[in-house]
Write a protein that binds this ligand. Structure first.
Ligand SMILES: C[S@@+](CC[C@H](N)C(=O)[O-])C[C@H]1O[C@@H](n2cnc3c(N)ncnc32)[C@H](O)[C@@H]1O
Length: 324
């Protein structure tokens, strides 16, 4: 990609769409069966600066309208990922995936995984256990769906392990391409000291969306986020040479998204690399530093299990203490 043109409205020829307004208005302009992946984190009805707290029934029916339009705009082999946490009312929690699951099921979608996104930081509760996970509901439209597992494999814990008996004795027992990342993902959330933090109060990390983009799409496929916020989904999709569209209703967040895209185009947007492991206080020197997104360069798709030295060389980074 040489120069990124960000279109304010959808057209099938565009590469990137940043729509300022209500996602339903954008969705109504999208032809049936356009998007390969729809990934989003909707408002949780928590009275954040970008939402008005609604009666729960009203909230669910608003979500139903958006989900119904998304399903219409999804390709037959496509995936929808709804990233959600808890609705909290006076200390009582209602997991939103419980409330929203029936909407997807009634539309004929099939749940493939309920991915648990586990993170280390958040509010400290005193009258219940502190919440440290949210979920991603991954649905497909049909049984024949795109799933690139090899693109998101992670390193084997014991790569040298071999079969010790039977006909495969002496051969490596694990998949040489790495192991399935499972349905529990340990990824730091975007708190104040996170390299990706903007003024948006509820960003999700680029690496979370990257894994979904790599697993469920190929280059040139369309990725869509109806509740775009600070533009995270656009960045994760465009950096892997997918086409990407998103809607955001608040002008200040559209501005942030645009600024992030411009930085990415100049090779100046810093993100937490998905190859980086969760911080280990016992081995702080092993942490990979932030990497720069460069939308001007060819696709940056790499397998998660790739040797970290390749990453370090590419980024011109020298660490005094390297480990694999
Ligand atoms: C949880 S945030 C998403 C944050 C995003 N994942 C990120 O990484 O920045 C939800 C966003 O949806 C936006 N929003 C709420 N209602 C909307 C609507 N009807 N159409 C488009 N955007 C909407 C809010 O302004 C907010 O930025």
């Amino acid at each position: 990609m040489n120069s990124l043109t960000i279109s304010p409205v959808f057209s099938p020829d565009s590469e990137a769409v940043l729509y300022e307004g209500d996602c339903l208005d954008l969705l109504r302009t999208i032809p049936d069966e356009t998007f390969q992946l729809i990934v989003t984190s909707p408002p949780y009805n928590l009275n954040k600066p970008y939402e008005t707290k609604l009666d729960l029934e009203e909230y669910v029916s608003g979500q139903k309208m958006v989900i119904t339009e998304c399903v219409r705009a999804l390709l037959p082999q496509g995936s929808i990922c709804w990233q959600i946490g808890n609705y909290v009312d006076n200390g009582r929690i209602i997991p939103l995936d419980i409330l929203l699951y029936p909407i997807f099921a009634d539309l004929g979608l099939k749940l493939r995984n309920r991915i648990v996104w586990h993170f280390g930081h958040g509010l400290h509760a005193s009258r219940r256990f502190s919440g440290r996970y949210e979920v991603i509901l991954w649905f497909t439209k049909q049984d024949d769906y795109k799933f690139n597992l090899d693109a998101v494999r992670v390193p084997q814990k014991y790569p040298q392990k071999k079969h010790f008996k039977g006909p495969k004795r002496g051969e490596y027992s694990g998949n040489p391409l790495g192991k399935n990342p499972t349905d529990i993902w340990e990824i730091p959330n975007v708190k104040s000291n996170h390299v990706e933090k903007t003024e948006h109060p509820a960003q999700f990390p680029v690496e979370l969306v990257e894994r979904l983009v790599l697993a469920f799409t190929d280059e040139r496929d369309w990725v869509f986020d109806p509740f775009l916020g600070s533009g995270t989904t656009l960045i994760a999709a465009l950096m892997h040479s997918r086409k990407a569209a998103g809607a955001e209703i608040m002008p200040e967040y559209v501005r942030i998204a645009r600024e992030r895209l411009q930085l990415a185009e100049k090779g100046q947007l810093r993100i937490r690399p998905m190859e980086r492991e969760v911080y280990d206080p016992e081995a702080p020197g092993n942490n990979l530093p932030p990497k720069f997104v460069d939308l001007g360069q060819p696709a940056q798709q790499r397998l998660l299990f790739e040797d970290r030295s390749a990453y370090l060389e590419e980024q011109n980074i020298f660490l005094p203490c390297r480990s694999k």
